[in-house]
Design a protein around this ligand. Structure first.
Ligand code: PRX
Length: 597
């Protein structure tokens, strides 16, 4: 039924990594005994009650992340250390963080932002991004952060779909999307953050400068919007097999699980120096790049630059990073950079390493254990789940290649195609019992799609997995056509739609092609309109065209010209067949495939 490449082994290829007893550990972990905690777990006692809540009983995630520490006498602790691309450094305490975010909250209230208005944040990782995000949340708005590498098309699609009211961006990124901004009819104001003071930005009624707004605002009387746990807070777009990306809407309540998983699955403790390499344009960068660390009162390192083995190790050494959360593609790149590079740095401050977003191959876990003197802890979750659902914990033994065991309070199962539960050792649909605190509330204005994710009392994740005799979960692949390239989900439809806008292209079919580093890369097959010739020059032109429209990460890395696009009788492109051909696998029973549209 499912065409997936088996990247993971369901049986152990490497020996289990046993953890020392708690008394032999450098520090006592927060979650000491997984099994007994799980048996005795209660979301209200262990989760909801661990936060401060608002005086009137409401809940606001930014209040829990920032303000409450100031109220609890921890205002002088460092909340964030920012390292710019060019080596600039800025440090902010929780008090300063509160002040800056209060100011921006007041700015947004003055501009007329209403509760649940969608505010898009399209920018690189600079401190102002975080001040703005927390300010918007405190003022009752919904933040929708976008990856700064996106081109105009993905930005327009998402802002239009969400009915965006405001946009916070930087001069360079604004100029990238300027021509399409008038298309967003709901857009009221664009706030431009010019950190370097370099750009010459034309302000007008609609375009305002962050600096001016922040200078002139008086936030001494800022009143935090009395949100409840049911108010909307964050929206992230995620890709499916068909159609445009869907807006996954989360509520303030999600912070309960983000805080507790930060504490138990990443072992975050007050005073930790935490380094999360994810961008807030993706869910890891908000759940674990904002909410989990700051609700746990750690000092977060925010690095504006991208991947670089030397810079990352340098950061860990210089700032004494204790907890590091990253992704498999990065780990594979670190492996490629080699052991000699690791040895040049003192990484002894590290206490815990976590990984998420794509399968972490067992070799990487073992390599990490040798080179970092500790295993890498794989965990599993999704944009829709809002927080970690399944994890390897500080005290649990690791079976390399397994994503560990369900978080206390979370029930996961493996189902057959009739949604009945399977036993140990059988592969099937990975599903979760609904009702965890960070569960998505909706796909923005797509109720049917949302409802289709729930079957027979289960939430259907869209992944395939199995569970072993001892309760460890093993990821096997996705059950749909979504491509996971370097941990980022890419919907083939979005790429196909961009390609067919080129005058030479008649039809396009897009698949994920296995790749040793990025797990998959985007590959397109296209048929050409009459009068166009399949040349290398056209191939390069199409790749460039898609990069400008989408972004380098989403555009196809490879394009093949084909004469006939395989389609079902109802006209759907048969991506599975394209994939089977690419991999040299049997094409399967195409007569049934032709009917499945
Ligand atoms: O297919 C799974 C893969 O990434 C998907 C979720 O992607 P996204 O919604 O962008 O959320 C990313 C933040 C976690 C999953 O459905 N995935 C995620 N974690 C793992 C994984 N695949 C294998 N192993 C993992 N640990």
């Amino acid at each position: 039924e499912f065409l997936y490449i088996e990247l993971r082994r369901t049986t152990m290829a490497f020996e289990e990594i046993t953890k020392p007893s708690v008394s032999d550990m450098k520090e006592t972990p927060n979650l000491i005994d997984y099994q007994s905690t799980r048996e005795d777990f209660d979301w209200y006692r262990d989760g909801f009650s661990g936060l401060d809540w608002l005086p009137d009983g409401g809940l606001n995630n930014a209040y829990e992340a920032v303000d409450r520490h100031v109220n609890n006498g921890k205002g002088k602790q460092k909340a964030l250390i920012w390292i710019g691309k060019n080596g600039d450094e800025e440090t902010y305490t929780y008090s300063q963080f509160k002040e800056e975010s209060d100011k921006f909250g007041q700015v947004m209230k003055n501009l007329g932002m209403q509760r649940a208005d969608r505010v898009f944040i399209f920018m690189d990782r600079i401190p102002e991004l975080y001040f703005a995000a927390m300010g918007i949340l405190k003022a009752g708005g919904v933040i929708a952060p976008l990856f700064s590498a996106f081109g105009p098309d993905p930005v327009r699609d998402r802002m239009e779909d969400a009915g965006a009211s405001f946009l916070v961006t930087t001069p360079e990124l604004k100029s990238k999307i300027d021509t399409m901004l008038p298309d967003i009819k709901t857009l009221q104001k664009v706030i431009v953050i010019d950190k370097s003071d370099s750009a010459n930005i034309k302000t007008d009624e609609k375009t305002l400068l962050y600096k001016d707004l922040m200078k002139n605002v008086d936030a001494t009387n800022f009143i935090l919007e009395p949100t409840t746990q049911y108010d909307f807070s964050i929206m992230h777009y995620t890709s499916g097999s068909t159609g445009k990306p869907k807006g996954v809407l989360h509520r303030h309540q999600a912070v309960v699980q983000q805080w507790l998983t930060g504490k138990w699955a990443l072992d975050l403790k007050e005073g930790d120096i935490y380094f999360c390499t994810a961008d807030p344009g993706w869910v890891t960068g908000t759940s674990y790049g904002m909410m989990a660390p700051w609700t746990n009162c750690v000092t977060q390192i925010i690095y504006e630059g991208g991947f670089s083995a030397a810079s990352w190790y340098e950061i860990i050494q210089k700032y004494g990073v204790t907890v590091w959360y990253t992704a498999p593609t990065a780990i594979r790149l670190l492996m490629r950079a080699g052991e000699a590079v690791v040895q040049r740095y003192d990484l002894s401050s590290l206490r815990f390493i976590g990984s998420v977003g794509e399968p972490l191959n067992p070799e990487a876990v073992v390599w990490g254990n040798k080179n970092y003197k500790m295993p890498i802890h794989d965990n599993w979750w999704q944009t829709e789940t809002g927080a970690i659902m399944c994890a390897n914990y500080a005290t649990t033994n690791i079976r390399p290649g397994s994503m560990g065991k369900p978080f206390p309070g979370v029930t996961m199962g493996i189902l057959d195609d009739q949604y009945n539960e399977l036993g140990a050792g059988e592969s099937g649909i990975l599903a979760v019992r609904p009702g965890w605190p960070s569960q998505m509330f909706a796909y923005w204005q797509q109720d049917e799609m949302y409802n289709s994710r729930f079957k027979k009392g289960w939430y259907i994740t869209g992944d395939q997995a199995s569970i072993d005799e001892d309760g460890y979960f093993w990821f096997q692949g996705r059950a749909d056509d979504v491509i996971n390239t370097a941990g980022h989900l890419v919907g083939p439809f979005e790429v196909e739609s961009a390609l067919i806008e080129h005058k030479a292209v008649a039809e396009a079919g897009v698949i994920g092609k296995p790749d040793p580093i990025a797990m998959e890369v985007v590959k397109a097959f296209v048929t050409l309109n009459p009068d166009y010739e399949a040349t290398d020059q056209l191939r390069r032109e199409l790749i460039g065209f898609a990069r400008d429209k989408l972004s380098a990460g989403v555009a196809p890395r490879e394009i093949d010209f084909i004469d006939v696009m395989p389609k079902t009788r109802s006209g759907k492109i048969m991506r599975r067949l394209l994939k089977a051909r690419e991999l040299g696998l049997p094409e399967g029973d195409t007569s049934t495939l032709e009917d499945d549209g």
